[in-house]
Design a binder for this molecule. Sequence first.
Ligand code: DHE
Length: 570
Amino acid sequence: MKPATPILRKASIGAMFVLTSLGAYAQSGGAASAGPAGPAMTAAEVEAGKKIYFERCAGCHGVLRKGATGKNLEPHWTKKAADGSMQEGGTLKLGTARLEKIIALGTEGGMVNYDDILTKEEINIMARYIQRTPDVPPEFSLKDMEASWKLLVPVNERPKKQMNKINLKNVFATTLRDTGKLALIDGDTKQIWEILDTGYAVHISRLSASGRYVYTVGRDGLVTLIDMWFEKPKTVATIRMGSDARSVDTSKFKGFEDKYLIGGSYWPPQYSIMEGETLKPLKVVSTRGITVDGEYHPEPRVASIVSSHIKPEWVVNIKETGQILLVDYSDIKNLKTTTIESAKFLHDGGWDASKRYFLVAANASHKIAAVDTKTGKLAALVDTKKIPHPGRGANFVHPKYGPVWATGHLGDPVVSLISTPSEKKEHAQFKKYNWKVVEELKMPGAGNLFVKTHPKSNHLWADLPMNPERENTESVYVFNMKDLSKPPVKLDVAKDSGLPETKALRRVTHPEYNQAGDEVWLSLWGGKTDRSAIVIYDDKTLKLKKVITDPNMITPTGKFNVYNTQFDIY
Ligand code: DHE
């Protein structure tokens, strides 16, 4: 067996990446259906396997183990053949010994190594556990949502005006991943304003159309609504929309501002519509159905969601089916949905500069799908290098090819630039390039997660948190968009932070601009017991400006500047 893949070699990185929740279910015992036994396991071992699987494996392989970013792990090929051989009817069967090696060392295909995360005993438990029929967590209904809903401060008891002097537009909602908390950091003073409890392994934050409320979603499906008009930010409502989730957005079209909130769940595979200002649950819609290949899929998870700028619609990307839904929220009792075929394994994405096209990565298909939100049709399906992972991507005008949208890749050492249409007269000459990958900027390795720029900047920032080399993982790379022939400038963020070196790699991730577009904030994401930091650079000079560190700044990852997130500026 070869050593594991060069891109996702370090288990400490991989485990962070695949750490998912289903926490409540895994801890509560759930609806165990051990099914046809694989190798013998005690009840305690089954429980341990279930918990580890949900916490570390389900994000990539799926609860039902049908496979997505990670491979299919159903017993038909994990379980050894009845006669003990590795082959049955021409199909490769894995069995305990082989699975133990894969889990410990990872694979060339992108599976991370767990030998420095799990004990030998845990690896053995996992190797046996995944030969059993997958455990199926319970469904989650509108009634369950209602039971979990907590309206902590009704709308009429909230402030009528902003009660603090903070420049809310420049606040950064910062994920403190492993503590399940969110730090609101004042972007002007660079002081931590407040740290609030949110969901388990909290994932993303999005802003209300008004810029007053922050919506945060945890991997445990908990949505938290935070009001920034109080003297100190306050959680005014929470609700659970399932046992595993990644995305939320509000209704942003004129006349519907913040009337509704939509949340997408991984488990159960469904999306939920709530009242925007109270989180009162209104509707649950299942996403189970048929893939673009015409096959039924029982677990099509909801990946990225974004609110359209030109219609009362949300763009809802369904991972396993490859179907992009345009959900019309103008009449949620008589919900109209347009279903657009694209490619399987939809994940994250962002707007083009005109905000008419939404570009989303079909990551394990190595494609970017572009939806035209004006016509409600697929505009393009663009082949790219391996595993595109744009975050929200980055828009700029290329000196030779005109308007482009950029995405990095987990699987290849490039940043791809895709030409996007523009109705501006001066861009007519670039039409011939539209929806083509016009350039691939060279990176020092694979393992990028996020790229970022700002309309006022000449720089394009790209991180490499999933690269195995310390010098890449702990740095960020900055391209000069006026002269892309130059290699990117490398900034050693870990060194610049002044924090002591740690044995484990610290990942530098998620560049985010301030409101003015003249500073870039980066997370230096250390282990749970390491000192982490937010490291801020001047965008023009690329000089270090400030390091924000605090004992409570534990595992910072995503940062969402209020203004840039509210108006989709990237
Ligand atoms: Fe994310 C966005 C799913 C692991 C940080 N992540 C998203 C989105 C999805 C998603 C569907 C798009 C949301 C949207 O726009 O509505 N992420 C997943 C996973 O399934 C995966 C691979 C594994 C898992 O079990 O969760 C995963 N993600 C991670 C991490 O390990 C990261 C690096 C650190 C962390 O905080 O967990 C991480 N994901 C992020 C961030 C965004 C994100 C910071 C938002 C990017 C943006 O700028 O909008």
